[in-house]
Design a protein around this ligand. Sequence first.
Ligand SMILES: Nc1ncnc2c1ncn2[C@@H]1O[C@H](COP(=O)(O)OP(=O)(O)OP(=O)(O)O)[C@@H](O)[C@H]1O
Ligand SMILES: [Mg+2]
Length: 404
Amino acid sequence: MYQGPPQSNETLHEAQRLSSNTTADRPSDSHDVSVQRFVAPLSWKTVSDQRFLCPQRSKDEVMTRCGQREPISFEQALAKMEATVGRKIGEGVYGEVFLCAKPNDTQSVLKLIPIEGNLLINGEKQKTFEEILSEIIISSELSDLRQQNVQFSTDGFVELRSVSCVVGKYPQRLLELWKDYNDRQGSENDSPEDFPADQLYIAFETAFGGSDLDGYRFYNAQQAFATFTQIVLALAVAEKRYDFEHRDLHTGNILIETTKVPERTYCLLGEEIVIKTHGLKATIIDYTLSRIVYSGLCLFNDLSTDEELFTAEGDYQFEIYRNMKTVLQNRWDQHAPRTNVYWLHYLLDKLTSVRNFRDKTSKAHKAGMKAMKQLSDALLQFTSVHDIVRTFFASDVLEADKEN
Ligand SMILES: Nc1ncnc2c1ncn2[C@@H]1O[C@H](COP(=O)(O)OP(=O)(O)OP(=O)(O)O)[C@@H](O)[C@H]1O
Ligand SMILES: [Mg+2]
């Protein structure tokens, strides 16, 4: 898991500066709307000699997006979600993640991120309202791509159900669940018991997306390839719609669940692409490092002064951070969709690892494996996921494949 930067600086950035100097073939921007989509007034701010356009008070913007005037208690937040917390299911550097039961046998996931306080969490500074605002906007925009739209649509990004701003000590029930998880599988995080009564948190409520790809065992490589294809198409839609780069698509940030739905549909620049699920549904999560252009402003996480992230060794994942830094020339506002391609290459590396499969002898397995290896050999020639889709996954290519 990525150990976050000590002083990451997510910023709303002037769009004009971007459009003058990017590596993207830029879309027509017909989908761009105006900066009036921010509720708080915008003002200029200078960071590292660059001018940024930011909401004057990120707190106001966050509160509006939470539908609140002031932070609410844990009790009120859970009542608003109609949720009962069941167990802790995951953790990140910044967040603790719990599975919740809802009425009508549904489930939600609650990700709690402490903000604005002085207490270090897992050795890191807490995020500010300004930093968390980027994650709220990105999560909400990507989730909304599931709405029917003839130009761009995908349900490949986790569904965001609500966002709340909470204040208070960590509730006893959640501390118990935290301890259960620690006893069961061990936690890399500090216990949340020390948070004071005036501690603020952002609570993201999302749909449950299954288990993450870390250590996931597929039935065969056909299933792994189906998972990969779903990730490729979701990324391509967001890349074209928002100049999106995920920038941290390691196996902990991809969720898998079984599905009876046989097909998944994507709309990419008005073209409908339908693929087979082979019984699995993949979902992308975690936009801590992601970048989008939203309402003509760029939201990104400035990693230019981060030292730790680029020195780690021991897994291909850590090479990807260095590759991204090189292709972006350490300017994290820039758009280089090749960063998405690097993560896809990393994913193919993980997905083709033989220990993932229960059935390694069938024809379907061998065909899936061959397809992934061929793709892996070709992938790094491409500069964007959209190019990959045009070459390998566009509907006319898929149709031609079926005929052959
Ligand atoms: N919607 C969900 N459904 C199922 N599991 C989830 C969901 N959201 C998060 N998780 C689990 O919790 C873990 C941590 O969540 P997430 O990656 O969002 O946290 P993070 O703090 O942003 O992590 P990072 O340290 O990578 O920045 C995931 O790897 C996954 O196992
Ligand atoms: Mg994560």
